[in-house]
Design a protein around this ligand. Structure first.
Ligand code: ATP
Ligand code: MG
Ligand code: MG
Ligand code: MG
Length: 482
């Protein structure tokens, strides 16, 4: 079954249960000062949960374009290194706004996975919220008892607040979650059960696929909880992870959609996927990042030096650097890949087709300019190497290497590599000292977004003050109370 067929079956299933299938909201959020990118399917329905708006239909489902590179959900560091976290991914979701609750949500999730998608029952585990006395939230016994009707009890795992209790922010709607995990380990490995359950342990082949959140409480300003007059269901299932399972793969990147992108990059780079881990990471990062970039531009967010545009520019540069550094590419390649992407995902995401030319052109311009920057950086390194050689030093100065990193976007390891090729080393301590200084400077006036929404009060206007320049910290969006 292709990714497109899997998505369609999800829609057909929930339509048959009375759900209206609604379009994905844009991935770039324009009208909410507390959120830059959609990071979950429920974002666009926030006002229904807060009681600020009344939905036309109390049951809806969709596939939402999500981006998790900032705030509470930041998976950037995982992307490419593991094989199941993306920057941009599709979250399949079904919602009940004050309509059905735990009984139906769990029954349908089970029916869909085991009867429609036919995932063997002995490959599934579920987690249920264990309760937290200190916080005054009870164990979700209801969900536990419902699950007992479908799945053996030793496959129901009690889990803590960290994974199984959802809150919108410091105040507002919240409630327990139940999450479905799938064991994708090879049969032989599953058979010799070691009695361990790998759920929530980041076992690369025992992964979470579907979160069902049951909003039943309201957190008040004093921290106490009250029951909501109307209860809601909010679910999210990673389409790429589901497809990995249904296509009998152990990596999201082996599903049909990503394979098309990776095959293209193999042709462009002359490298082969699956032979060397460093190359594989680069190919995965590029195949992942092109989606984040192309979808953002198609949604109207061009790369720029501020706000959401800067996040996109840095993701783009990250992809180019992997291509440059690991795959040895010296010419634009992402723009070409974006054309392949629009062929692969243009149905159903027609915005990719409609904006195809713009997307390609914008990416190409960005690539060209960044390649020029990289070349200037190379010249600068050559200058540093020459003067080190002239002065008889074996070490490149840490603050000069920091400048390369900060101004030319040269990652530390690329500079070290070039230095090594010239029998030189880099003053790592000096580099780190500069980096720390810079981080301290930027952290001084920083509050990091930690909830799904930052709650704004009337007397706190937030002003954007820039980003951390750490390569890995595209994500640290800084706001300063003024
Ligand atoms: P994980 O623990 O794997 O990081 P999560 O608990 O952060 O996932 P949720 O917020 O519960 O994820 O989102 C619902 C579903 O979306 C997850 O069960 C998973 O299938 C999918 N998902 C979450 N983050 C990603 C990601 N970065 N890339 C691909 N799919 C994801
Ligand atoms: Mg996560
Ligand atoms: Mg999780
Ligand atoms: Mg989860």
């Amino acid at each position: 079954m292709t990714v497109h067929e899997i998505r369609k079956q999800f829609f057909d299933f929930f339509a048959s249960k009375g759900h209206q299938i609604v379009p994905s909201a844009p991935m770039v959020v324009k009208n909410d000062p507390t959120l830059m990118f959609t990071n979950a399917g429920m974002n666009q329905f926030k006002d229904f949960f807060l009681g600020n708006a009344v939905p036309k239909n109390r049951r809806v489902a969709n596939s939402q374009k999500c981006l998790r590179v900032s705030g509470k959900h930041n998976d950037l560091e995982e992307v490419g290194v593991d094989t199941y976290h993306h920057t941009m991914f599709e979250m399949l979701g079904n919602w009940s706004f004050g309509d059905y609750f735990k009984e139906d949500a769990i029954a349908w999730a089970w029916e869909l996975l085991t009867e429609v998608y036919k995932i063997p029952k002995d490959r599934l585990y579920v987690t249920v919220f264990e309760g937290d006395e200190k916080d005054g939230v009870p164990r979700d016994q209801e969900s536990y008892d419902i699950w007992k009707k479908y799945i053996a009890e030793d496959r129901i795992i009690l889990a803590s607040k960290k994974d199984n209790f959802w809150e919108m922010g410091d105040t507002g709607p919240c409630g327990p979650c139940t999450e479905i995990h799938v064991d994708n380990r090879p049969e032989a490995e599953r058979a010799k059960s070691d009695g361990k359950q790998y759920v929530n342990e980041d076992h690369p082949q025992v992964i979470e696929i579907w979160n069902n959140v049951f909003m039943q409480f309201n957190r008040k300003a004093d921290g106490s909880l009250e029951s909501l007059p109307a209860t809601h269901v909010d679910t999210g299932m990673g389409l790429e992870r589901l497809a990995m399972t249904l296509q009998n793969k152990t990596s999201n990147y082996d599903i049909d959609l990503f394979q098309t992108l990776i095959r293209h990059m193999e042709k462009v780079s002359g490298k082969k996927y699956g032979t060397d881990e460093t190359t594989d990471i680069a190919l995965r990062v590029i195949a992942d990042h092109v989606r984040a970039i192309a979808f953002s531009i198609a949604d109207g967010q061009l790369p720029s030096n501020t706000g959401a545009g800067y996040v996109i520019r840095r993701i783009l540069r990250r992809a180019v650097r992997y291509g440059y550094q690991t795959l040895g590419l010296k010419e634009p390649f992402l723009s070409g890949l974006s054309v392949v992407l629009s062929e692969v995902m243009g149905d159903p995401f027609t915005e990719l087709i409609k904006q195809s030319e713009l997307v390609e052109k914008v990416i190409r311009e960005e690539e060209l300019s960044f390649f020029r920057t990289l070349e200037q950086g190379i010249k600068r390194i050559e200058g540093l190497i020459d003067s080190a050689k002239v002065s008889g030093s074996k070490v490149l100065d840490g603050s000069a290497v920091f400048e390369l990193y900060d101004t030319y976007g040269f990652p530390f390891d690329l500079t070290s590599l070039i230095a090594r090729e010239n029998n030189l080393s880099v003053d790592e301590d000096g580099f780190n000292a500069e980096l720390t200084k810079q981080k301290d400077r930027s952290r001084a006036a920083t509050a990091i977004e930690t909830d799904d929404w930052v709650q704004l009060t009337d007397d706190s206007v937030e002003e954007f003050v820039g980003y951390d320049y750490l390569e890995t910290a595209v994500e640290i969006v800084k706001y300063r109370k003024v």
